[in-house]
Design a protein around this ligand. Structure first.
Ligand SMILES: CC(C)=CCC/C(C)=C/C=C/C(C)=C/C=C/C(C)=C/C=C/C=C(C)/C=C/C=C(C)/C=C/C1=C(C)CCCC1(C)C
Length: 674
């Protein structure tokens, strides 16, 4: 081997130069997305890799499939260099990182759909047949030894993984192929380099002699391809198992339902406990549940829930692509719940926002819809085990969807149904009822035609609309800290309807975040709200102030001051009404929001000034959120704070979006990697 002397690269050197640096780079780039679950998955595969590969590798080295010069390695355990054992782990970590870069762009629950019998069982038959052939070929000293040993060793694992996750892998074949492709290409390059430098040599006796590059036998490329498939399919199988548990648990309220959802047949005769606690679940039962999930056929999975996720996500995409994209910053389970919650906000928002003009029945429909939504929310929190509850729920969902279709801006009945079904199955076990009812209060306020008179009214209305959502999201984030902490996840799954209770002051800070976002939104959309939706949130008191200022009516300052500060003060309202009719000023503004540019600018500035202390308080809250969710929330808030600053800095009130896409991206990156 002349090439051996041409370089003195060692096996340790290969790792130091070619395998560890890319791992470091990938790890650094992906750090915001590496949660404890991600690490646990890779560690699990590493353990399997070491346990399963050690005997095989020792065997093929003993039989002379490949060799290494003694001076190129640090030491040997059995027949295999220590660097080789390290390579089992290094490859798994490397491929695991590529996986983390690519797979989470997908919502995994979407892919729990059934496939044909051919997709499900065909590959298993083929893999096991090929493994048998490999076994027959693996005769030491013949040229088919290496390839035979490789197939016999690896393909049964691929068959097992396909048995667990075949249709899921098939559905995700494009990203899965991308992960395998990228990692295999790179590792082939490393292998080629090492063989060229003579760090290890592939026996001519044990291989077919077919070469992919002048230094890379076909067996080696095949080795990295197949092993990467083992790693990626294994990771997908684990992720699928988690996703199955989440989907199946969606509807579970008590022990009986849980046994049903997972087809558990054990422990039927044990005492059934109440709906709200399953804490006496034993380890054995838990283990059975996870194994069942790992191998549960798609046909047994709640396909209606899978369909609902897709429908609601598409609905959200059609409304706000940015929001849908932004959810990829969160772990899968939280993402699913955010979709479920946001879908509900969309639907109830659509009811409240539906423009009434031109349709004499619209108001009536809207009111009917709100009444039903109210009842629906209450029912979401009742046990689904009761037959009458289930029936009523179905009727309400159909009723609300039907009414929404009658509104001037009709919604698709099927997607509304999906939203309401998904919400009722997912959200009640994480977010308390009061939170959702408060959100409905803001719509009721609009429906009742109640005016925003004072600044305190504005705060109250925004609180109902936005702080409630901020609070809800905090409940979700605290629960889904779970996703990043396996044991916590098991614990949460075991306690449907038992909230992970965030501390009260954290919830207050979350409410402040909602307020900050809402006030900034209002400030940004002053013109759009008036022109497109025919509404404004500007307190009546501010209009009065503008008028009194411009008329320089002396002595009115006290009045204005008083009006701004007093909350829900009836006498203030009366004085205001008597001074100038509430509706006239509002209507004037809505008709011509740019009529008084100085006033418009002043309103926006004042809104931002109101938002700013709330944002400061929210920042403190964010630092107390679970680590895995923190940076994305912070990035969102910072973007809004930037929008606020831009509004204040602008000479005139800006009509169009004030912060560029590029700046938003920079803010996102700065916060992800802070
Ligand atoms: C719990 C829930 C919810 C679900 C469960 C769902 C389920 C059923 C999951 C099943 C997962 C399974 C079964 C995963 C198995 C993964 C394995 C065995 C990985 C092996 C990796 C082997 C590895 C990385 C080996 C690497 C070896 C290397 C790099 C050797 C390289 C080499 C060198 C350097 C010189 C030339 C020779 C050689 C090619 C041997």
């Amino acid at each position: 081997m002349s090439s051996r002397t041409s370089s003195n690269l060692t096996y340790f050197g290969v790792h130091c130069i070619y395998t560890l640096p890319p791992i470091l780079v990938l790890y650094t780039a992906l750090r915001p997305f590496i949660t404890a679950t991600e690490i646990a998955k890779v560690v699990a595969i590493c353990l399997l890799a070491v346990v399963y590969t050690t005997p095989w590798d020792n065997y093929i080295v003993a039989k002379g499939a490949w060799t290494y010069p003694k001076d190129r390695v640090l030491g040997v355990i059995g027949y295999v260099p220590v660097e080789e054992y390290a390579f089992f782990i290094i490859q798994t970590v490397f491929t695991g990182l590529v996986y983390t870069a690519i797979i989470p762009w997908n919502m995994l629950v979407f892919h729990l759909k059934p496939a044909s019998g051919f997709v499900r069982y065909g590959p298993i038959v083929m893999l096991l047949s090929a493994a048998t052939i490999g076994f027959a070929l693996a005769i030491p000293g013949t040229k088919n030894f290496y390839i035979g040993a490789l197939l016999a060793w690896s393909l049964p694992i691929l068959a097992l993984e396909w048995l667990s996750a075949g249709p899921f892998i098939w559905s995700l074949r494009t990203p899965a192929f991308a992960v395998v492709g990228v990692s295999t290409a790179y590792l082939c390059f490393v292998d080629h380099t090492a063989i060229k430098a003579g760090v290890w040599q592939i026996s001519h006796k044990g291989t077919t002699g077919l070469l992919l590059t002048p230094h890379l036998p076909i067996e080696e490329a095949l080795f990295f391809l197949i092993v990467n498939c083992m790693i990626v399919f294994g990771l997908l199988a684990i992720d699928r198992g988690f996703a199955v548990v989440r989907v199946q648990e969606s509807r579970v309220g008590g022990r009986e339902e849980r046994i049903q959802a997972f087809s558990l047949d054990l422990y039927q005769n044990e005492e059934t406990d109440n709906v709200h606690g399953l804490s006496d679940w034993t380890f054995k039962e838990e283990a059975e549940l996870w194994i069942r999930s790992a191998f549960m056929a798609e046909s047994l999975i709640d396909q209606l829930a899978v369909k609902d996720y897709v429908a609601v996500y598409n609905l959200i995409c059609s409304h706000s692509k940015t929001f849908a994209m932004a959810t990829i910053l969160y772990p899968q389970s939280l993402r699913e719940d955010i979709v479920a919650l946001y879908g509900f906000c969309r639907v109830s928002d659509d009811v409240a926002d539906a423009v009434e003009s031109g349709n004499p029945f619209a108001r009536h429909w809207k009111e009917a819809c709100m009444t039903m939504l109210d009842e629906y929310v209450h029912l979401c929190y009742e046990p689904t085990t009761i037959e009458t509850n289930r029936e009523r729920m179905e009727n309400l969902i159909s009723g609300i969807s039907a009414v929404l279709k009658q509104l001037p801006t009709p919604s698709n009945t099927e997607s509304t149904k999906s939203v309401l079904r998904l919400f009722s199955n997912r959200i009640p076990r994480s977010v308390p009822k009061e939170c959702i009812l408060e959100l409905l209060d803001s719509y009721k306020w609009d429906l009742a035609g109640k005016h925003i008179i004072t600044e305190a009214d504005l705060i109250e209305h925004s609180g109902h609309a936005a702080s409630s959502v901020g609070e809800g999201c905090t409940y979700l984030m605290m629960r889904h800290d779970a996703e990043c902490n396996f044991f916590h996840a098991v614990d949460c799954v075991n306690k449907p309807h038992k909230y992970v209770n965030p501390p009260r002051d954290l919830l207050e800070q979350a409410r402040d975040m909602g307020l900050a976002l809402q006030l900034t939104n209002i400030a940004r959309d002053l013109i759009a709200d008036a022109e497109e939706l025919g509404r404004t949130y500007i307190p009546h008191a501010w209009f009065i102030e503008t008028i009194t200022r411009s008329n320089s009516v002396k002595g009115n300052d006290d009045l204005v001051d008083g009006l701004r500060k007093r909350k829900g003060d009836d006498s203030a309202g009366k004085i205001l009404k008597s001074t100038v009719d509430v509706t006239v000023l509002r209507t004037n503004f809505i008709k011509n929001p740019t009529g008084n540019p100085a006033a418009l600018k002043a309103y926006s500035q004042r809104l931002v000034e109101m938002a700013s202390p709330k944002a400061e308080s929210a920042l403190i809250g964010i630092s107390r959120l679970p680590k895995a969710h923190r940076s994305a929330v912070k990035a969102a808030l910072k973007m809004y704070m930037r929008i606020g600053e831009a509004i204040v800095e602008a000479k005139e009130y800006p009509r169009r979006s004030v912060v560029s896409k590029k700046d938003k991206l920079l803010i996102l990156l700065a916060n992800l990697y802070n």
